[in-house]
Design a protein around this ligand. Structure first.
Ligand SMILES: Cc1cc2nc3c(=O)[nH]c(=O)nc-3n(C[C@H](O)[C@H](O)[C@H](O)COP(=O)(O)OP(=O)(O)OC[C@H]3O[C@@H](n4cnc5c(N)ncnc54)[C@H](O)[C@@H]3O)c2cc1C
Length: 457
């Protein structure tokens, strides 16, 4: 089935690429207007480019040749009454359906001296959101010896590891009481801090950067960190300015309903810029889930979006973190095992016998089985959650049931992967391994196998 008329997508990021690829593959005309100079790429792998393990060309996302991709095309206004968008050069592009996929905007922390009088970042200061940011930071690394990363969230840890792997002395400053405070609890944060220190990176928590001077970065506890580079990774907010100016309903993000429609029925929003019920996301798995669903909706399927099931996985060398759902805000009984000696923390939030959220730090050997129970809503016996956490043997992929989600980024199950003959086929036909890449080993061992479900692992 093809879409009725032309779909125009604003933004050429991860959500846009998946939507446009699927629309074009089904024969529907689609134009993508992106303000970056590159074709869409995998943002998760920017830290791998910075680290030097991936070439920038290798992180390009697949895009069907029929997609009308226009780079360097910044949309400055939506004219919803005329069903047109206006570009920075004042030209207009008409649409039948419009999709906002403008992502998020990094927030600038209130630190004096970050910005020069001409409004640009100080030469020692770097953002880390785009391939251009990554190139600028990568070019500064050979002339630097030290770096301070401001922000101890997922992005901060990725950048810190990448810079440390490039040989820099790295320090992480986090204003909250522990690392990854939006996703994990203090025990898990402490394990991560310990891991980072073991890998040679200093960590300052409960400390805010206040000023950048010629001598270095000054913290609110009086500590001065002399540094050659400062990298800002302290959060972002949905990019909503276009929608707001066009009079669409905007709260934290652009508000969408169960068909990912905004308050104008011809305009949709997906990815980091969208808000469904009270949820804005900020991760690839929900952005790709929304993109896949909207492609089907625009080509005539009737299907409902019921909100994202969030799975966050950290892509950073030597740091293992996975978070299912929202373990810090979900009510339930907590079953947890912390082993500071080996640096692992595993926590399940269980309600009426069902795993409703989980955190795994330092040991992801049971992620497949835990995800399987979480996805299926399996009702576990009283001893099972504890047994799941205590076991130290990894679960062999052969025991994963066919409906277990193996690639959280692209939403691919073990059964679909078993039907693929090669990694290339799996990548091309399912997109497995093309997001954070954390599932690659499991995917390889599933190819062309059959399930041993029912046999105890
Ligand atoms: C460095 C980094 C590492 C990350 N690591 C992870 C990770 O490990 N796991 C994970 O799940 N998520 C991660 N994320 C988050 C993930 O990348 C986002 O959730 C995802 O990219 C969202 O897709 P999107 O299409 O909504 O936004 P984006 O991919 O950000 O794309 C939005 C695009 O729209 C463009 N745009 C904005 N306004 C306009 C306009 N007016 N006109 C034209 N174009 C416009 C932007 O320039 C951008 O290219 C990471 C993000 C970053 C920056």
């Amino acid at each position: 089935m093809t879409a009725r008329g032309r779909t125009v997508v604003v933004g050429a990021g991860m959500a846009a690429a998946r939507l446009a690829d699927e629309l074009a593959a089904s024969g529907s005309p689609v134009t993508v207007l992106g303000d970056e100079p590159h074709p869409p790429y995998n943002r998760i792998l920017l830290s791998a480019v910075l680290e030097g393990t991936h070439d920038p060309d290798a992180i390009a996302l697949p895009l069907h040749p029929d997609v009308d991709l226009r780079r360097d095309s910044r949309v400055v206004e939506l004219h919803t009454a005329d069903r047109e968008v206006e570009l920075a050069d004042r030209s207009r592009v008409p649409y039948d359906a419009l999709v906002l996929a403008t992502g998020s905007i990094p927030t600038l922390p209130p630190v004096r001296g970050l910005v020069r009088l001409d409004g640009r970042l100080h030469e020692r200061v770097h953002a880390f959101r785009s391939l251009e940011d990554c190139r600028r930071l990568g070019a500064a690394v050979p002339g630097a010896r030290t770096a301070v990363v401001v922000g101890g969230g997922l992005l901060g840890l990725q950048v810190a590891r990448a810079l440390a792997r490039r040989g820099l002395e790295v320090e992480v400053v986090e204003g909250g009481e522990h690392l990854l405070r939006s996703q994990v609890d203090a025990k898990a944060g402490a394990i991560l801090a310990r891991d980072l220190r073991r890998l040679g990176t200093s960590v300052y928590t409960g400390a805010r950067a206040t000023r950048l001077t010629d001598e270095g970065l000054v913290l609110d506890n009086g500590v001065l960190l002399p540094t050659d580079l400062v990298v800002l990774t302290a959060g972002g907010r949905p990019s909503t300015a276009l929608a707001r100016r066009a009079g669409l309903e905007v709260r934290r993000g652009v508000v969408v309903d169960h068909e990912l429609r905004t308050s104008d029925p011809h305009v949709h929003a997906i990815g980091d810029c969208a808000q469904h019920r009270d949820q804005v996301t900020g991760f690839v798995p929900p952005a790709w889930e929304q993109a896949g669903l909207l492609a089907r909706l625009l080509t005539g399927s009737t299907i409902r979006y019921d909100g994202a099931r969030t799975v966050a996985r950290l892509r950073a060398t030597d740091l293992d973190v996975a978070v299912l759902g929202d373990p810090e805000r979900t009510e339930g009984q907590v079953v947890e095992v912390t082993n500071p000696v080996v640096g692992s923390h595993r926590k399940l939030v269980v309600r009426d016998g069902v795993i409703v959220a989980a955190t795994l730090v330092g040991d992801l050997s049971r992620i497949g089985l835990i995800t399987q129970h979480y996805d299926r809503g399996t009702v576990l016996g009283p001893a099972e959650p504890g047994a799941l956490l205590m076991a130290d043997r990894p679960v062999q992929p052969a025991y994963l049931a066919d409906d277990t989600e193996v690639c959280a980024c692209a939403g691919v199950t073990a059964g679909r992967l078993r039907r693929c003959a090669s990694l290339e086929e799996a990548r091309a036909s399912t997109r497995a391994t093309t997001g954070c890449g954390g599932c690659a080993d499991t995917v390889r061992s599933l190819l062309g196998t059959t399930t041993l479900e029912g046999v105890s692992p």
